[in-house]
Design a binder for this molecule. Structure first.
Ligand code: SF4
Length: 330
């Protein structure tokens, strides 16, 4: 029987799918019996893509790439989601625990610096089992939780033995913005409580190559026309997390034509607002972190129907929902 390393202390009793209370929506959906809640997912892991990704923050990538695994469905479903094909339109394929573990090991064999779980809250039980199976079979990489920040503190505790690095996106501290864009007015208090729990459990720690082994990177996607929101989020970071976590400020907001009927900013960030943002970052003195340059155009938006949804410089596919494994597993 495999033993847990000191880096992975015992977790509370693993959560289940029924009645489903995995996320703050608390749907109570009977997912073992075929019912679905807000996220629209059943009781089996459903994935769209596993790939080496070179566009994440530098200590997650190095020269090896981050081993991203994109899950289907989402508990937040933002009106501006660049991954809407998988988060809201259901693209993906179900996999069992053994196939999920094989995908993790294929990413490790391909050279990944870590396993980067993108939007996995709706599958917490399957992920805990899948990562345990992968570790038992030889997975030795740090595991990242790359999500919306809309998590229950109870689930952060349940994932403590599974996750090494947290990558939440604190989107807003304004209840009205959260209600309008993702029907979750409780988002500000829920997300900040979860993020503080993540930072409490995982102080920053790097390996000899400068890759992040444990810790929190707090992302913030700047919403055009709402710089006051960004000021509130970054001020919160400076008061609660500066020195304990790394900020990552993203300027890549792009209106999504397929979601045009939903409330969301209609334009990308402009040069003048970007300059105001840079001045705000200087004013707040956030310290070491990552600050994206202005990204013009929408050519980089992923298309998960393609074998490689991203540009070839940005990602290399290892497994795809339509074709299975596409890279050598060694
Ligand atoms: S994971 Fe899905 S079904 Fe479960 S509470 Fe959240 S939205 Fe509802």
């Amino acid at each position: 029987m495999p033993t847990q390393s000191p880096a992975h202390p015992p977790s509370p009793e693993p959560p289940g799918y029924e009645p489903c209370r995995l996320c703050p929506r608390l749907c109570d959906a009977q997912r073992e019996s075929g019912a679905a809640g807000f996220c629209g997912q059943g009781n089996r892991l459903r994935l769209a893509l596993a790939s080496l990704h070179f566009g994440e923050e530098p200590p997650l990538v190095g020269n090896r790439g981050s081993g991203t695994i994109f899950f289907s469905g989402c508990t937040l479903r933002c009106a501006f989601c660049q991954n809407f094909q998988i988060s809201q339109q259901g693209l993906g394929r179900e996999v069992g625990t053994a196939e999920f573990a094989a995908i993790c090991l294929a990413l490790q064999t391909a050279g990944a610096a870590n396993i980067n779980l993108v939007t996995g809250t709706q599958f917490i039980p399957g992920i805990i089992a899948g990562i345990a199976a992968a570790r038992a079979a030889g997975l030795a990489l740090p595991v990242l939780w790359n999500g919306s920040g809309y998590e229950r503190v109870e689930m952060v505790a349940a994932l403590r033995g599974t996750i090494d690095v947290w990558l939440p996106d604190l989107k807003t501290l304004d209840r009205e913005t959260a209600r309008r864009y993702f029907a979750a007015p409780d988002y500000p208090e829920v997300a900040t409580a979860a993020i503080l729990a993540m930072a409490e459990a995982h102080p920053l720690e790097y390996d000899a190559a400068g890759l992040l082994r444990r810790g929190v990177i707090l992302r913030h996607l700047v919403l055009p026309g709402q710089l006051a929101d960004s000021r509130a989020v970054l001020t919160w970071f400076s008061r609660h997390l500066a020195g304990r976590a790394l900020p990552s400020i993203m300027t890549q907001y792009t209106p999504i034509a397929a979601l045009a009927g939903r409330p969301a900013p209609k334009d990308a960030l402009g040069q003048a607002e970007y300059e105001d943002l840079v001045a705000l970052i200087d004013e707040l003195g956030l310290g070491e972190g990552f600050y994206q340059e202005l990204v013009p155009g929408s050519d980089w938006l992923p298309d998960f129907c393609r074998p490689n949804p991203f540009s070839s410089e940005l990602a290399r596919t290892v497994w795809h929902h339509a074709g299975g494994f596409v890279a050598k597993q060694g």
